[in-house]
Design a binder for this molecule. Structure first.
Ligand code: SF4
Length: 477
């Protein structure tokens, strides 16, 4: 390896927001260690593949990508490859065995060691595999959000409030690869949000696998430590109120809540905290009680809809999105009809729909005898899509004539003359600005046209210019 030269890196991220956030941390740690971000892989000295095992065939894709990286690595001395994330956590030694040119394999709890592991690997022969089975919580510096970050945008930020998950949804690999639920200390989260706000961030998304059970472990630990006053009450609602009260924070979002843990206190906090956006992502997964039980979701369709009605009653102008799996093993025509009914009754603004595909290591992957015929699942998917798009269009049409606050994200992908932004309800809104607008600005826009997946509008006025400095690595507390 050339010492003395500035080394550069690229991070390729697969999967969910949690992974994207981990990638920001890895990038931040490498920059804190003197690396710079490369314009492209061809210019880089280090490639990090931050993997996800949620997606179908994730392992095949990873080994395919690693195969393509072999000539890249051979082309320049000192190049290094890191495989991190869920798939690394799950397949650990297999990665090093199948792709011997990999330098570091690290798990989801080793993000904080990224730079050190690269140094150690440079002095070792062969791949270095380091996987921690669980996060080390005694040292808060090891918590993912307590690490330096290199954020992709400077006006909004994810803030991890919790890692792991205590549930056992039959289709999900997260508990196996991310471990048990661990909440980040309350004050630490607020410190990070204050720090972000002082740097010009105006929108934060609180991130966790089951955000509304945030703090349960902290309260139990306080009780066990002898604090008899530690109340076992929902902390998440307090948290969104306090985060929303941080000066400079105009928007608070959170993802993902679990319907079984959704509390009325959360709805009240949403309604009473101006900064908390009128959007709830509320994963249904199935409308059949039988399938929900097979999935171990812990709620019935009736209970789900009741809580949703309560949310809509308490939070004015609430937009609702969801996740639905079609063709879960054993799903009958009748089960699917229930899903259609609940989806129609829920009147979603949008939905992420998936055809079930088995994730190795999950309970559902073992249910082969009950797998649904792919042609049947695909036909069901199309029927569900029609129901979802119908309600999405109706919801969007109802916005026509409204003046929406929009956070500017930048030029539209299809037409650079058009600007795209997000409304508080998290809807994509395109409009033509009268003059160039910077990313991170807030403007009001009148909605003039609705489509199932976006809105179009007419610029009304500027509300706020961005105050952030561009692309500065953040050293969060
Ligand atoms: S709540 Fe269920 S789907 Fe969500 S992370 Fe936990 S196990 Fe996975």
């Amino acid at each position: 390896m050339d010492s003395g030269d500035t080394r550069s890196y690229v991070v390729h991220t697969y999967g969910c927001q949690m992974n994207e956030h981990d990638s920001e941390r890895i990038a931040g740690l490498l920059e804190a260690d003197g690396y710079v971000r490369a314009e492209s892989q061809d210019d880089a000295d280090v490639v990090v593949l931050n993997t996800c095992c949620i997606r179908e065939n994730a392992d095949n894709k990873l080994y395919g990508n690693l195969g393509h990286l072999r000539p890249w690595k051979d082309a320049k001395q000192g190049r290094q490859i890191v495989v991190s994330g869920c798939l690394a956590q799950k397949d650990r030694d297999l990665v090093a065995k199948k792709a011997k040119h990999v330098d570091v394999v690290m798990g989801t709890h080793n993000v904080h060691r990224a730079a050190e592991l690269l140094h150690e690997a440079a002095n070792s022969n062969g791949p270095l595999t380091e996987i921690l089975e669980a996060a080390v919580i005694d040292d808060h510096a090891l918590f993912p959000s307590a690490l330096p970050a290199r954020r992709e945008t400077s006006y909004n930020a994810w803030v991890t409030i919790q890692i792991g998950c205590d549930n056992n949804c039959a289709f999900c690999i997260v508990p196996a690869v991310r471990g048990v639920e661990i909440s980040r200390p309350y004050a630490e989260i607020l410190n990070e949000v204050e720090q972000l706000a002082s740097e010009g961030v105006t929108e934060v998304t609180l991130l966790g696998q089951n955000v509304n059970s945030y703090g349960r472990d902290l309260q139990l630990a306080a009780r066990q430590a002898g604090d008899a006053d530690a109340k076992l009450r929902p902390l998440f609602s307090d948290l969104i109120r306090d985060v929303g009260a941080v000066e400079g924070i105009r928007r608070v979002r959170y993802t993902s809540p679990h319907p079984k843990d959704m509390r009325s206190e959360t709805f009240s906090a949403m309604a009473e905290t101006e900064a908390v956006c009128e959007h709830l992502h509320y994963p249904l997964q199935s409308g059949s009680d039988r399938v929900l039980a097979l999935m171990h979701r812990g709620y019935t369709a009736k209970r789900y809809l009741e809580k949703l009605a309560q949310a809509r009653m308490v939070v004015p102008d609430l937009a609702v999105s969801t996740d639905i799996i079609v063709g879960f093993p054993g799903e009958t025509d009748d089960d699917f009809e229930r899903t259609l009914e609940v989806a129609a009754a829920a009147e979603y603004d949008y939905a992420y729909m998936f055809i079930f595909s088995p994730r190795p290591g999950t309970e559902a992957a073992e249910m082969q005898a009950d797998f649904v015929d792919p042609a049947v699942a695909s036909e069901r998917f199309q029927r569900l899509r029609i129901v979802i798009e119908r309600s999405a269009l109706l919801k969007h049409e109802a916005r026509v004539g409204h003046i929406e606050e929009v956070l500017i994200e930048g030029p539209s992908k299809k037409n650079p003359a058009v600007i795209s932004g997000r409304t508080r309800q998290n809807k994509l809104l395109h409009f033509t600005p009268p003059y160039p607008l910077r990313r991170g600005s807030y403007a009001t826009v009148e909605v003039t046209r609705a489509a199932p997946h976006h809105l179009e509008g007419r610029f009304v006025e500027m509300l706020a210019e961005p105050t952030h400095k561009l692309r500065i690595p953040v050293n969060a507390l």
